[in-house]
Design a protein around this ligand. Structure first.
Ligand code: IMP
Length: 462
């Protein structure tokens, strides 16, 4: 089966594990958007491998591809490759990088770090936005094709000249007479990368369509998530690429009708960086002060159960280990939001939800937003501008006790019916609110802690 996997909220949905599970049945795993602003850690051959741009399918022995809508940082790519080879996997003959992908240059990273967007939007400072800006300019961009071509040096000098004001203002280059020297220094570093990359460069559109025609199966993996999509997301606090299922088809040039759309609905939304977050628990300012691993005392947990939402947010953050893999930043946490999920289901034509990290909500009473309200006006639509909209929560409070290891294993073995009643009540309401069934429920970080049996069958009945 071919599948597209996307996140439903603002990213960090635990996609890695689901992709890992689904990739087992795929010949190819393809990254279709974003860049090294994403990141996840996987364990392969007993070694921890951190990957930012290379699809994790590589450590499952799959063919992998990096699509044309990727912002490609060669330095990160080679550090990913090193981690892969150290874990004992080969890349040669199994890696495809699209010639149309755009290269993140050192000045993009410097512009992102020093620019307004990094503060206002809370970007990952990986140069994604500035590289996307150049891509849209069509005159100041550098593709993989350019980088591996014979006139790369001239191209870099021309781009540096075109960007002179920007580079000088940002103090990346001191004065106009230094531009060529700067371009040549970048050339020295990047032409070396280009030499090593050449063996992998090709066309995703041709290769993937040829492979599909031969009956090979593939998994298209999105980075970030629907609400960070440049078109459909919570602009301006979004990333610079298309994170949706339609984006996968558009950017890879493949037929979406050949793919099942699996969207990851983390059991609770999280958000990193700035931006509206209607169901947020506590505030970003408080979250920023928190360190990974800070445990709540028994008294604090009791307070959270009794309604202290700030502490409940912290508890979810700590239990869910909600700290960025790429930036280490604490993630903001919130109550489930059915309005956002219904929107995501629509935008992506979601066939099935994979519900992740539901175990994190065990022992914690919570509610779910079913509508928004502003100045006496109520809506069940996800507004373009969220400012001022307050969540309207459903009347139900969901709760179930922590599952023991034995109960978890029994649920994996016996299937959906063995899940706690309170958990099933929540899943039922999520499915009904989004008119979309679920096919997987993840009840622990380990790969085997995933309930698949009867999930689709039961949730289709709701
Ligand atoms: P950029 O993609 O670095 O330009 O950042 C733009 C926005 O997207 C910021 O709010 C980031 O925190 C967010 N973002 C980018 N990549 C990820 C990700 O992998 N997970 C979650 N948020 C992300």
């Amino acid at each position: 089966m071919n599948a597209v996997v996307v996140g439903a909220y603002w990213g960090d949905e635990g996609k890695g594990k689901i992709v890992d599970l689904l990739a087992a049945d795929s010949d190819w795993v393809v990254r279709f958007n974003g860049g090294d602003n994403a990141g996840h850690t996987i364990v392969a051959n007993g070694k921890e491998v951190v990957l930012h741009v290379v699809p994790a399918g590589i450590v499952q022995g799959k063919n992998v591809a990096i699509g044309p809508d990727i912002f490609f940082n060669p330095k990160t790519f080679f550090s990913d490759c090193e981690a892969v080879t150290k874990a004992g996997f080969r890349l040669k003959g199994r890696m495809l990088i699209d010639e149309r992908a755009h290269v993140i240059m050192p000045y993009h990273i410097a512009l992102d770090a020093g620019g307004e967007a990094s503060g206002k939007l809370g970007t990952t400072k990986r140069g994604i936005g500035p590289a996307a800006k150049d891509k849209a300019s069509r005159t100041e961009d550098i593709t993989i094709h350019d980088m591996a071509g014979s006139v790369f040096k001239e191209r870099l000098r021309a781009v540096a000249a075109a960007k002179a004001n920007e580079l000088i203002t940002a103090k990346i280059v001191e004065k106009a007479s230094d531009l060529n020297r700067y371009a040549d220094a970048v050339y020295a570093e990047y032409s070396a990368y280009a030499g090593r990359l050449k063996q992998y460069i090709g066309s995703c559109a041709y290769t993937l369509n040829e492979e599909l025609a031969k009956g090979r199966t593939m998994l298209l993996e999105g980075a970030q998530a629907t609400l960070l999509d440049i078109v459909h997301g919570t602009r301006p606090h979004v990333t610079s690429s298309n994170c949706t299922a339609g984006g996968a088809a558009a950017n890879l040039g493949v037929d979406l009708r050949k793919f099942k759309v699996v969207a990851i609905a983390k059991a609770y939304p999280t958000r990193v960086g700035e931006g509206e977050f209607p169901t947020e628990l506590g505030s970003y300012e408080e979250a920023k002060k928190e360190k990974k691993g800070e445990q709540l005392t028994a008294a604090e947990k009791k307070k959270a159960v009794d309604g202290d939402l700030k502490l409940l947010g912290k508890w979810i953050r700590q239990d869910g280990k909600e700290f960025g893999a790429t930036t280490g930043r604490p993630r903001r946490t919130g109550f489930p939001d059915f309005v956002a999920l219904r929107y995501s289901a629509m935008i992506n034509s979601v066939d099935e939800w994979a519900i992740t990290k539901i175990d994190v909500l065990s022992g914690k009473p919570f509610k779910a937003a079913v509508a928004y309200e502003k100045e006496g006006k109520k809506t069940t639509r996800f507004p373009f501008r969220l400012e001022g909209w307050k969540p309207v929560y459903g009347s139900k409070e969901y709760f179930w006790q922590q599952m023991s290891e034995g109960e978890k294993l029994a649920a994996v073995k016996n299937g959906y019916d063995a899940l706690p009643e309170g958990m099933k009540e929540y899943i039922k309401d999520l499915v009904a609110a989004t008119n979309t069934p679920a096919s997987m429920v993840s009840i622990g970080p380990e790969r085997e802690m995933t309930v698949v049996k009867d999930v689709l069958k039961r949730t289709k009945e709701y």
